[in-house]
Design a protein around this ligand. Structure first.
Ligand code: COA
Length: 676
């Protein structure tokens, strides 16, 4: 079927783009559109064209084509031909008008849209600049400031705001097609083409003053600055010079490591919710959620569920705890209201969906119960048994444990096919990741429901099998272990933290431990001590800090010290002393590590742990691991996740680095098959 149809009607013709799922500007669409433009030009009766689309207006270039050489007709050429034609073009839009879609709209003479339409130039989030005139037309249409905002952030703006900025001619309540005809019949002469418009003057130092802000917000990504530069060209050169320059940069960036990584992340974010194991399974409906435990985690989960429009009941040990939990959740909703994330009406509705109490009988009509109590097997077991006693034997019982095997928690509970792990990350109403832990007994329907639940909460659900720490915390443990080996052998906490920040994570391992507190890790190490391989190198420096009451920021000191009331880590000679004294006693020859050595060795252990996780079948695909690290642990999206980075570096580089890592700490690492 032709994705672009041309239908002439008394002087006005319709061109409709219908190429599911999102009308991306694939080769067939570009070709079809160019042919339609030619047909309209050849048709003497056509004076105007209404350009519209199927499920949504065009949502951009076809990202899946970006890894291949570009094929004619190229997008900017099609739009330039369209803009130069003598016919009057009206873009009648709904849905999401993104990237190549907005570029198409800007090549038209008029633009009208349904009020719910959203507009954006998200190429920056794919490591690119727009490739079909986006950065050159947008400042000519809506001014430099909004142009810089949209192109460097990639954010979407809603139709009313776009109208106000001059991006649209009209908002259409009601039928878009009828309004489009009426508009064309009364519009009069077409205004000056966008590409020929003058840009409103802006102060000389505007771009210089924007640069540091853009670099800061980019957190290591290169594309935001490229977009800023490209918008600046529009202020300095005519369109016919700026546009080819933008195109050349777009093509160059397509081959950049960052763009390849960001495209990997884009497709992985969509593939992660479709693991093979779900094939043939359908999710159940759910509306009532019970959360056991109203602490930091439980209330964060409650807020996330309420934000998604679900009914929530929090179970606590006594009335005081129950009402405290309810209040804490209410505070989180208030925060969302204050930040403009939800309206007053949503706030009221969500608040009304929350109840709390102490009686497990309230769980009787729950669809999904989530236990979020202390990380203690016996306590969790008791919670599961109480839930099972009162819930229907089909209803889902989930644990939010970070480490404990869900099979042990659910021992003795009837119908094990309804047991699943739902591992949230703190703060649970904000963090995007939800690890979904599959036990050997979990049914396909329950797993599918867990994924539907993640989607409902607008989270990224990633499937993990059972192992200590599941995917995320197991990877974290390997990364921390290697950090400690580096520390023991000569690096300082500051050097490691700064190397990791330079790599693109928001924080290094030691400042992060100080922020979250050292107690949990300490308890975990004690838990694992009896089963730890005695041959494995063990660095007790964190234990020594804990023994001295250095638990991190909240106790005033940890890996760093903190001045009262401040969160800024200050290097502490006392910590260096603890490290060097211990290393001396061990007879360790301390040496220098460069930032690159630190980064590469930590990446190598992550890649190796990930490869072991894959080999053991804990993760189905490397992309699941990448999504866990990006959305739960701050791994830079523009690096695509550790498995992707490792693949880009190549097996030989990782192998060579792992050889150094194992020479540094013999008998301490299991090396995955692919790196042997
Ligand atoms: N090129 C190729 N494929 C695209 C695409 C694009 N520009 N935009 C979306 N898709 C694909 C997705 O990969 C997904 O495929 P799948 O079903 O095989 O997983 C499918 O279209 C639906 O996309 P999805 O994101 O799941 O749908 P949605 O309704 O939630 O969101 C959009 C729709 C358009 C908002 C979202 O897909 C999006 O932001 N797309 C990217 C837009 C963009 O960056 N454009 C500029 C490109 S230079």
């Amino acid at each position: 079927m032709n994705p672009v149809s041309y239908r002439p009607e008394a002087g006005i013709a319709w061109i409709t783009i219908d190429y599911p799922p999102v009308n991306a500007m694939s080769l067939a669409v570009r070709d079809g559109l160019l042919k339609a433009v030619r047909a309209a030009e050849a048709d003497n009766h056509t004076r105007g064209i209404i350009l519209c689309a199927g499920r949504t207006f065009v949502a951009g270039g076809d990202i899946s084509e970006f890894g291949h050489p570009p094929q004619e007709p190229h997008l900017p050429d099609v739009y330039n031909v369209l803009e130069a034609s003598q016919i009057t073009w009206l873009a009648a839009m709904h849905g999401t008008v993104l990237g190549g879609g907005l570029e198409l709209a800007m090549a038209c003479d008029f633009r009208i849209a349904d009020p719910n339409t959203r507009f954006g130039l998200p190429e920056v989030s794919l490591g690119l600049v727009p490739g079909a005139g986006g950065t050159q037309r947008i400042p000519r249409l809506v001014g430099v400031e909004l142009a810089v905002d949209l192109t460097t952030s990639g954010r979407m703006i809603k139709a009313p705001e776009f109208l106000q900025a001059g991006g649209l001619d009209r908002l259409v309540e009601g039928d878009l097609a009828t309004a489009a005809i009426e508009f064309m019949n009364t519009a009069g002469d077409a205004p000056q083409r966008v590409s020929e418009r003058q840009i409103a003057p802006i102060s000389d130092d505007y771009f210089t003053s924007q640069k540091p802000k853009v670099v800061k917000a980019a957190k290591g990504a290169a594309a935001p600055l490229h977009n800023l530069d490209a918008v600046q060209w529009a202020t300095q050169t005519p369109f016919n010079e700026g546009q080819p320059r933008e195109r050349a940069l777009h093509l160059q960036l397509r081959d950049s490591e960052q763009s390849v990584a960001l495209r990997h992340a884009f497709f992985a974010e969509r593939a992660v919710s479709k693991p093979k194991i779900l094939t043939g399974s359908n999710a159940r409906d759910f509306s009532h959620i019970t959360i056991v435990g109203g602490g930091l985690m439980g209330t964060g989960i409650a807020a996330a569920c309420l934000n998604a429009g679900l009914q929530v009941h929090i179970l606590e040990v006594d009335d005081a705890a129950a009402s405290a939990a309810q209040q804490r959740t209410g505070k989180l909703l208030e925060g969302a209201l204050q930040r403009g994330k939800i309206s007053q009406q949503q706030f009221d509705e969500q608040g009304a969906g929350l109840t709390s109490g102490t009686d497990y009988r309230a769980a009787a009509k729950t669809d999904i119960a989530i236990e979020a109590v202390v990380e203690d097997l016996q306590v969790k077991r008791k919670v599961f048994q109480s839930l099972a006693q009162h819930m229907s034997s089909e209803a889902i019982i989930a644990t939010n444990t970070s480490y404990i095997n869900p099979l042990e928690i659910s021992e003795g509970v009837s119908n094990p096919s309804r047991i699943v792990g739902l591992h949230f990350f703190s703060p649970a109403h904000i963090m995007k990741l939800l690890e979904i832990i599959n036990t050997p007994d979990t049914s396909g329907e329950v797993l599918a429901t867990a994924f539907a639940f993640a989607k409902k909460l607008r989270k990224i659900g990633a499937l993990s099998g059972i192992c200590d720490g599941f995917i995320g915390n197991r990877m974290l443990a390997a990364y921390r272990r290697q950090s400690d080996y580096l520390l023991a052998d000569g690096a300082t906490p500051q050097q490691i933290d700064s190397a990791i920040r330079d790599f693109g994570l928001p924080m290094g391992p030691y400042e992060l431990q100080d922020l979250t507190g050292l107690q949990i890790g300490w308890a975990n190490r004690k838990r694992l001590a009896p089963t730890r391989d005695p041959a494995q190198r063990y660095i007790p420096i964190a234990d020594k800090l804990c023994e001295q009451g250095r638990f991190g920021q909240r106790s005033g000191s940890g890996w760093y010290r903190y001045e009262s009331g401040s969160r800024t880590p200050i290097a502490d000679p006392a910590v260096d002393e603890i490290i060097t004294q211990w290393a001396d006693r061990q007879g360790t020859q301390r040496r220098e590590f460069s930032a690159q050595q630190i980064q590469q060795s930590l990446l190598a252990v992550l890649a190796n742990e990930g490869a072991c996780i894959l080999q053991e079948g804990i993760a189905e695909r490397a992309l699941d691991i990448d999504m866990v690290k990006i959305h739960g642990y701050g791994y830079p999206r523009w690096r695509g996740g550790p498995m992707h980075t490792a693949e880009q570096l190549g097996v030989d580089v990782i192998k060579a680095t792992l050889a150094e890592v194992t020479a540094q700490s013999p008998d301490s690492w299991t090396i995955a098959e692919i790196y042997q």
